[in-house]
Write a new protein. Sequence first.
Length: 142
Amino acid sequence: MKLRSHRITPVSHEEYALHTDFPAVEESPEVASEIASGGRFSPLNFALGLRVPDCTFHPAEARNGARPLWFYGRDDRSWACVFLREGENAKVWQHGPRRLWDEVRAAHTWWCAQGRPQWPRFGLTVGAAGEYAWLDEPGRPL
């Protein structure tokens, strides 16, 4: 369990998504669907958290067959929204200096290339110089 001092401040959606009046880009829904179905504590979402630093993932509740997935940059006001609707391509909006969905998609590609690692393959090393997460062995930091 995290200590109160370790918890991050919740994101205020209104502070981020001021600019939404631009067209969405369509792409296949597979990556977003896999992220959405993994749950908050899945190995995939853990890997995404390590590979896309300073980003908060907030999957909204599904309603009427539609579900938005929000990604918020913690060090700037970048954001991405991936809108999933059953039977349709995903719609993606991104705004800000970071292209968060591009980063998430690249992290997903990395996770797949590693064989979709599950929990036993991840590790953590803590020492005087700091801490770092790794995959398969300490010599492979994330």
